[in-house]
Design a protein around this ligand. Structure first.
Ligand SMILES: [Zn+2]
Length: 397
């Protein structure tokens, strides 16, 4: 059996007045996702369990079949796995976002989707002046970077994801708890260093959001997850994604990670290249997971036009070619689902259960015609414990 999973990150949403009461998924032209829906089954899965913050770390872990209540230690350690940063059990990892604050408000959690070379310049300069012992900065992709702590200080912290506080006062959401004074010092230091930094002066000239400081959050120790092969008996897996979080999950699951030229986390990504690569990797692997971040980023910017365009590009350039490729194998299954909703209205991740569509060998048609939040609710399958969805996808009838 060949399995393909396609994750249009944050594609699910709520009905919007500007779309005449439709959701972006309903407004988008998605003939291929609709084919999956029409030939197969639809349903809703709760990918963010009670008590967890809605984010791709928790939601993706859930849909991969791992209960976050058991395996989730924080977001940053998953991204550390992507970078293959060696961690002792007592080491701490923090997400170190480059963000834009204006007048004490969180304007942009991504510092305008800052480029890798610009991010590197800022972080190298920050590392040079940082006097806190035991901390190391690791550059990731764009604004998503990591801070590792190897030392004796214990942390018991409350931190806040910057994408969850758009336009809110940052003072309200600074780290609190044991060790938070150290994190606040590092954030303060970055604020004074980045003010008038040459990278920011150049961004200002080009009308781009400046990286005004680092924002620390998502901390945790290294997680201990059993390999996917041991857990589900699927021998080989491959992850194709533009973001480190998903690469990290793949590493922890024992899957290979395939890069695609021009793949980013934004709408400028190479959709066609990713679709081609996903289809091609099915020849080599039993399961291929293709994750596209663009709809999520568009939602955080409240950019409904780009969100719809991103969904349509995923449908045309990823789902379509992957479906065509799957049909060349005697036995196959496909599943399409966002990890979590990201709501245009709030610019935040939502907590509603995520709509999934699955089709292929042994999965009968459930009677729905299109893929959307509404049809998924009508589709009848309700998976309250979202980590049970994977077992259903792999073996359900
Ligand atoms: Zn997001």
């Amino acid at each position: 059996m060949k399995y393909a999973i396609i994750i249009p990150d944050g594609a699910a949403d709520e009905p919007l007045a500007e779309l005449g009461g439709k959701t972006p998924l309903e407004a988008a032209h998605t003939p291929n996702m609709d084919r999956v829906a029409a030939e197969g089954r639809l349903g809703l899965a709760r990918t963010v369990p009670e008590g967890f913050e809605s984010g791709s770390d928790v939601a993706t872990m859930t849909l991969l079949g791992y209960d976050p209540a058991v395996y989730h230690t924080g977001r940053a350690p998953l991204e550390a796995a992507a970078q293959k940063i060696p961690l002792d059990p007592t080491d701490w990892v923090f997400r170190c976002n480059l963000v834009t604050t204006v007048g004490g408000l969180m304007k942009d959690h991504s510092a305008g989707g800052i480029s890798n070379p610009e991010a590197r310049q800022l972080l190298v300069d920050l590392a040079e002046v940082m006097r806190e012992p035991g901390f190391e900065i690791y550059q990731g992709v764009s604004y998503r970077n990591l801070l590792v702590y190897r030392g004796r200080q214990d942390f018991d912290l409350k931190t806040k994801p910057p994408h969850e506080i758009p336009e809110e006062s940052i003072d309200r959401w600074l780290p609190t708890g044991t060790g938070s004074d150290i994190l606040r010092r590092i954030m303060d230091l970055s604020r004074s260093l980045f003010a008038n930094h040459e990278v920011n002066r150049a961004r200002l000239e080009r009308g781009l959001n400046q990286a005004t400081q680092v924002w620390l959050w998502g901390q945790g120790h290294a997680p201990n997850m059993p390999a996917f092969r041991e857990r589900f008996g699927v021998a080989t897996g491959c992850m194709i994604t533009g973001v480190d979080l998903l690469r990290g999950l793949a590493v922890l699951l024992g899957w290979d990670v395939r890069e695609v030229e021009g793949m980013t986390s934004f709408h400028d990504t190479n959709y066609a290249g990713q679709g081609k690569a996903t289809a091609a990797m099915l020849d080599k692997y039993d399961l291929v997971l293709s994750h596209i971040e663009a709809p999520d980023e568009a939602s955080h910017q409240a950019d409904v036009k780009t969100k719809i365009a991103a969904i349509e590009h995923i449908d045309l350039f990823v789902v379509g070619p992957v479906l065509d490729k799957l049909r060349t194998y005697p036995e196959w299954r496909i599943m399409v689902l966002p990890d979590h909703p990201t709501n245009i209205a709030t610019r935040k991740h939502g907590y509603a259960p995520t709509p999934f569509a699955m089709a292929g060998t042994g999965i009968g048609a459930g009677g729905q015609k299109a893929y959307s939040e509404t049809s998924a609710a009508a589709g009848g399958l309700k998976i309250e414990r979202g980590h049970e969805l994977m077992e259903f996808f792999l073996r359900g009838r």
